[in-house]
Design a protein around this ligand. Structure first.
Ligand code: DLL
Length: 432
């Protein structure tokens, strides 16, 4: 089903015409209303009037997370504070968070885009949708909540945590759609099993997962455990929140809301704009946002874009699932390692659970990569010789993919910390 055919199925030329018109509007606004952008434009000697084609976008300055932090909290707002009706903040791990604002019109657009996104994934007014994202400064809870309501679903605003209660609600209310981080959905699956509930007795059929990277292997695991179709959706507070892009039922890349955002991929080293199909850092420009517009925001997320038509009939460009960030990459003894590579290997090993932790230490000037994995069954702990053999097998598999030796720690089922939000898996103790 398509939420708004007129907007989602435009021809490329129609879409580009709309984008250009909106880009002109957006650059004019930031130049005239936000001193930070005016200064940056002036530095490059570019004026809004110089934007004559979409190609001129690349002449505009990039915006980085640092720019947003420096202007904490409200320095980049393009409307007077009295017109801002909501703020959210990004999940910054260190230092000041990034605060983003919305006017009433922005909220309406956001709701429309999340409604579009959930419809794409197969949600309709027949569904009971349980939102297990936190409601708060994080954009996940409220963002999905209003979109699901607009799509007509019965929304259960469970918020994050209290897993047994989540499951009780699922059972009693007949929840058909689960909205959470992918890692939390696996924890829910685990608790369902522990509670002795037969998964087939629940009505769950769709998972709308996002907020953190997850591999295809993890998707298979979730689909098998929860007996659902698991869809991925992507977004970020700086650009809007969830609803920026999401998978349709064919799960072949995320449809991007291109009528509201222009997406570019760039070479993260040089800033050069790449062609569709080439992998690089995603950069977003908002076209319609009033309170918190962004020009060429560098996300650090790595993906690539395709404009190939999709079987669902939507004509919007799609981005490949994001499985890594430019700042996610670990350099261990000179070798580049992405956490997603480790996840892919672990997920394919029978007997190892989906929860894992990656620790990096530097001992005697040498980097050491430790992967902590959890067994799925107690009986795998014995006999010791078998466990040793198993450990050697896992180390070998990791070595095959990463080309470095990994220190492996195997822990008992249920030992590693579960999170009801975004999972924190990588701990780098090297003080680089
Ligand atoms: O995580 C927005 C969101 C909420 C999206 C719920 C989807 C569902 P932030 O907290 O600002 O916003 O974090 C944004 O999370 O730059 C990515 O690195 C990562 N991320 C978000 N969704 C995905 C995804 C929300 N589906 C940052 N796959 C982004 C991979 C994702 N990474």
């Amino acid at each position: 089903m398509i939420w708004n055919k007129e907007q989602e199925c435009m021809s490329r030329s129609q879409l580009e015409e709309l984008q250009l018109e909106r880009l002109k509007w957006a650059t004019n606004r930031v130049y005239n209303k936000v001193s930070h952008y005016r200064a940056k434009f002036d530095q490059l000697g570019i004026l809004p009037a110089d934007i004559k084609s979409l190609d001129d976008l690349k002449r505009l300055p990039f915006t980085t997370k640092e720019d947003l932090r420096t202007n904490y909290p409200f320095g980049l707002f393009a409307v007077p504070q009295k017109e801002v009706v909501r703020v959210h903040a990004s999940s910054g791990t260190t230092g000041r968070p990034v605060v983003v604002g919305y006017t009433a019109t922005d909220l309406n657009t956001w709701t429309d885009l999340t409604a579009r996104m959930v419809t794409m994934a197969g949600v309709s007014s027949e569904d009971v949708a349980q939102v297990a994202f936190n409601y708060g400064l994080f954009t996940g809870g409220f963002g999905l909540h209003y979109g699901l309501e607009r799509a007509g679903a019965l929304v259960v605003p469970a918020s994050g945590g209290n897993t047994e209660r989540q499951i009780m609600l699922m059972r009693d209310f007949g929840t058909t759609v689960l909205i959470s981080t992918p890692s939390y959905s696996l924890y829910i699956a685990e608790v369902i099993e522990k509670m002795g509930i037969d998964i087939s007795s629940l009505k769950l059929k769709i998972g709308l997962f996002g907020g953190e990277p997850w591999t295809e292997e993890m998707r298979r695991e979730i689909e098998t455990k929860l007996k659902i179709t698991a869809t991925d959706n992507y977004g970020l507070s700086e650009v809007m929140g969830p609803g920026v892009a999401g998978e349709c039922v064919f799960k072949c890349g995320h449809h991007i809301a291109e009528d509201h955002f222009i997406i570019e991929t760039i070479d993260p080293e040089t800033g050069e704009v790449l062609e569709p199909g080439q992998e690089g850092e995603l950069v977003f420009t908002s076209l319609t946002k009033e309170a918190f517009p962004v020009i060429r925001f560098r996300t650090k997320d790595i993906s690539c874009i395709t404009q190939e038509p999709c079987k669902c009939g939507r004509t919007t460009a799609r981005m490949r699932k994001v499985v890594g960030r430019t700042d996610d990459m670990l350099i261990i003894r000179g070798v580049n390692v992405f956490p997603s590579q480790i996840e892919s290997v672990l997920m394919d090993i029978e007997g190892i659970g989906p929860h894992y932790v990656i620790n990096i230490h530097r001992r005697n000037h040498l980097d050491e990569l430790e992967v902590v994995v959890e067994l799925t069954r107690e009986d795998l702990l014995e006999p010791y010789s078998k466990l040793e053999e198993f450990s050697g097998y896992i180390r070998q598999k990791l070595h095959n993919v990463l080309s470095i030796n990994v220190k492996l720690k195997i822990v008992q089922p249920g030992t590693l910390e579960r999170s009801s939000g975004k999972a924190k898996r990588v701990f780098d103790y090297r003080n680089l």
